[in-house]
Ligand binder design. Sequence first.
Ligand SMILES: [Fe+2]
Length: 293
Amino acid sequence: MTVTEIETEIRINDLTPFIGAEMTGVTYEDLQDPVLWDKVSTLLHERELVVIRSLDITSEQQIELASRIGRPKPFLMAKYRHPEHAEIMISSNAKKNDMAIGVARVGNFWHQDSSYQKDAPPYTMLHGIDVPGTSGHTLYANAADVYDRLPEEWKERIEGRTAVHTVAKRQRISAEHAGLSIAEFKALVEEQYPPVQHPLVKTDPTTGRRYVYGAPEYMERVIGFDANENEEFFALLDRLIQDPEHVYTHRWTPRDLVVWKCELTYHAATAVEPGVDRTVHRVSIEARDPWAA
Ligand SMILES: [Fe+2]
């Protein structure tokens, strides 16, 4: 085999037994092959998380790939959008001329993306633009795997229950809230993001597996549980999600493309070491309108 053939060989393997598939040796041109793209889509839906290592693509190409999965959704806060591409949110601790170029410290706790919303976008896609290999890893756990590991007694206790999700636990006071009392700040958060309800146990349409929908940091309570039961359940859930035997640590390499199913994937960002810049481009992907042509 020649060196070129080795370099272009596409490899696909599972990242762990419980979550994730990894592709290496893939180029954007390779992804034009419908058979290969079909494989990416199948892996995403069956393994919940797909990592395409070192994929050299432009912002336009990232948006194009995202639009094959669903509909890229422009980020809410205009000032952190990519200047030329509203669909891309810049997640970064870097500064240019003393100004933050993106949102720093995004998702540094275990969560399922935007579960505090009524209709959270079902997929998230990240592209590693400037990523240190030594810190700023992303941790992933599988919500179906978490459900499987619940003691039978707890599976029965949560069956058919509904949970109240809220972003209030994670909202921090920032400059825009100057002058507000704590009560006023809480009222503002409640108004912007009113608590929503979701079934606590759901079934994935692709795999048929049951999964837990709700992370303690984004859940206020389980309806019908008293305060002690909520506390006990949240502590159990935290232990299961964070069990090191069931966590995949994604150590970024430059240009990695990472995409996951939001409801099935608990994840957390780890800290970036001081003095190091880290920039990732994030695209949130909504489901395609079933009524659209
Ligand atoms: Fe996230």
